[in-house]
Design a protein around this ligand. Structure first.
Ligand code: PBG
Ligand code: ZN
Length: 350
């Protein structure tokens, strides 16, 4: 019996395949926004044990590094094209207190690391995370207010002014130790302005970049990091200062606020579940670079899926990072950075 359906001839505008059959032609479909080595910033954990090279169980392939091990760890990566790192301090032995005193102790691991790295690798861009949670006895990112907690929670509120002041002090100490960029991740109100003013008043305003974790959500994806950095809160959670995951409007307000308060780079974090916010950030503030943080849980998720055979690791890592760039990011903080330094040198594949 004859077919009862005759396919209509293809319209010219329907024929797309020809434009991306060749691997190079596929590359050209990115509107000039290629993934490059320059986009990657590598998060590194610095231990106060100077000889540490300690495997982090929850973050496959990542370690806590002691100051004595840094040069031999970073050197080969710089040779492969590593352009920037962001440092996180892990004070294992230092005495923590309510105000996070070890954060800017002259002996604190990130200050030592900034001094060492800026001397050994003068062209490597050194960002430093600024937060109190790794250094406070309670594990929260700010300083508690005196008021007793309200009835709906057992967690004290944070004192915005005292927190800002303290965080600005810490940021200034990192600038003095050689950070090219200070990156406050605490989400306290007003801290961008406080840090900018502290930098300006001490002659660092014109040489240190202020990268704000502007839209940082209260995510389930920070678990491995908190284990790596020993920064899990001892009680309560961070929902009263990090953004609720459903809050697109708040995220847009926080992005606009931080731009107004003096941030030089705006960040969205985590990355993959928040691509709409990445796109919002790039569109709301097109005159600022948008950064994304592919956080510890996202990294661990991509690695775990590959280990389960759900996908190929490299293909999935590319797919996630290309989605960030497509959404508008030009800086990617990622634990995959060392692998991308190799992958980006590889030939196009079929
Ligand atoms: C500390 C901080 C966190 C991350 C970066 N800085 C954890 C948190 O807010 O609890 C998360 C990074 C990651 O998960 O890779 N304020
Ligand atoms: Zn914190």
């Amino acid at each position: 019996m004859a077919n009862r359906f005759q396919a209509p001839p293809l319209e010219i505008s329907s024929v797309l395949h020809g434009g991306y059959h060749h691997p190079l032609a596929r590359k050209w479909q990115n509107h000039g926004r290629n993934l490059t080595k320059e986009m990657f910033m590598y998060p590194i954990f610095i231990s106060d044990d100077p000889d540490a090279e300690q495997v982090i169980e929850s973050l496959p392939g990542q370690k806590r590094w002691g100051i004595n091990k840094l040069e031999s760890f970073i050197g080969p990566l710089v040779k492969k094209g590593l352009k920037s790192v962001i440092l996180f301090g892990v004070p294992m032995d230092m005495e923590k207190d309510e105000r996070g005193s070890p954060a800017d102790d002259p002996e604190t691991p990130v200050i030592k690391a900034l001094q060492l790295l800026s001397a050994k690798f003068p062209l490597l861009y050194l960002a430093c995370d600024v937060c109190l949670c790794e250094y406070t006895s309670h594990g929260h990112c700010g300083i508690f207010a005196k008021l007793p907690p309200p009835n709906h929670t057992s967690m004290p509120t944070l004192d915005a002014e005292a927190s800002q002041q303290r965080i600005a002090e810490v940021a200034l100490a990192y600038a003095k130790a050689g950070a090219h960029c200070v990156a406050p991740s605490d989400m306290m109100d007003g801290r961008i302005k406080a840090i900018k003013l502290a930098l300006m008043q001490n002659d660092y305003g014109n040489r240190v970049t202020l990268m704000s974790y502007s839209a940082k959500f209260a995510s389930s994806l920070y678990g491995p990091f908190r284990e790596a950095a020993g920064s899990a809160p001892s009680m309560g959670n961070r929902k009263c200062y990090q953004l609720p995951p459903n809050a697109r409007g708040l995220a847009r307000r926080a992005i606009k606020r931080d731009a107004t308060e003096g941030a030089d780079i705006l960040m969205v974090k985590p990355a993959l579940p928040y691509l709409d916010i990445v796109s919002d950030c790039a569109q709301l503030e097109p005159d600022y670079p948008t950064a994304v943080y592919q956080v510890s849980g996202e990294y661990a998720m991509v690695v775990a899926g590959a280990e389960k055979g759900i996908y190929d690791l490299k293909a999935m890592a590319f797919e996630t990072c290309e989605s960030f760039v497509r959404a508008g990011a030009s800086i990617i903080l990622s634990y995959f950075t060392p692998q991308f330094l190799d992958w980006l040198d590889e030939e196009l594949t079929e």
